[in-house]
Design a protein around this ligand. Sequence first.
Ligand SMILES: [Fe+2]
Ligand SMILES: [Fe+2]
Length: 204
Amino acid sequence: MHAVAHIELNAVDLALDLIARFADPEAAGVMLPDAFFDDWLAVADDEARHFLMVTGRLAALDAAYGDLPAHDGLWQAAEATTGDLLARLAVVPLVFEARGLDVTPGMIRTLEADGDDESAAILRVIYQDEIGHVAAGHRWFLAVAAMRGVDPVATWQALVRAHVPRAVKPPFNTPARDQAGLSRDYYLPLVAPGTDPSSQVPPT
Ligand SMILES: [Fe+2]
Ligand SMILES: [Fe+2]
């Protein structure tokens, strides 16, 4: 739950960074409509709510955000994509948040098996909201790719190979990814040889 709190806090910053950094049409390379900013502000609001739910649960468990070291991978990927809106959208919502859809069902099962139904219930709320975040990421990735006149699938694969080549790995949560619009033709070609791309996470 401490690791989740860290991810949620980073996610607040990342959603707001997308707004602040790419409000300048020169930085974005395109003129983004108001709906872009509305969507990412709503995502930032969700992420703040997630952070507060998780830190509330940590407090009930006599813990606090900051008690443990945290992983910096998400922020490093964000820094690697500061110069390119399309790369940022390819990596943050469509690799890392999509990966969250793959791993969260297993975390929920582990917590429930351990008798921590309160934490599991929080992760169920986060899981549902995150499907919407991946969907927003995909919607805007498609829109910006269209504005730039590039093929979305080939461009996504090139950007992911350039920035986070080993981050796409099975088992996948295909139903949740499909619900967000992230179809298999995007990510299956990036699965490393020797791993089974059809491997699926069991449903929650
Ligand atoms: Fe979140
Ligand atoms: Fe999110």
